[in-house]
Design a protein around this ligand. Structure first.
Ligand SMILES: [Zn+2]
Length: 66
């Protein structure tokens, strides 16, 4: 009875679409993001320079409007 593992082979996709959404970054910047998502955003920011740069843009935006 051989068990076929071929079903485990899925299509290889790039994982680059896991960036943080604009509105989520905005919420994080305003400090209104809840705990579960807050963790995700912070963990992503640690490894993603691009999203960190976008976050500083949001920070500047609120600063100017304040
Ligand atoms: Zn990112």
């Amino acid at each position: 009875m051989g068990i076929s593992m071929s079903l485990h082979r899925g299509p290889t996709r790039t994982m680059t679409e896991h960036h943080i959404a604009d509105e989520r970054l905005a919420e994080y910047s305003k400090g209104v993001l809840g705990e579960p998502q807050l963790r995700e955003v912070e963990e992503h920011l640690l490894i993603c320079e691009r999203c960190r740069a976008r976050l500083t843009e949001f920070d500047n935006e609120w600063g100017l409007n304040g």
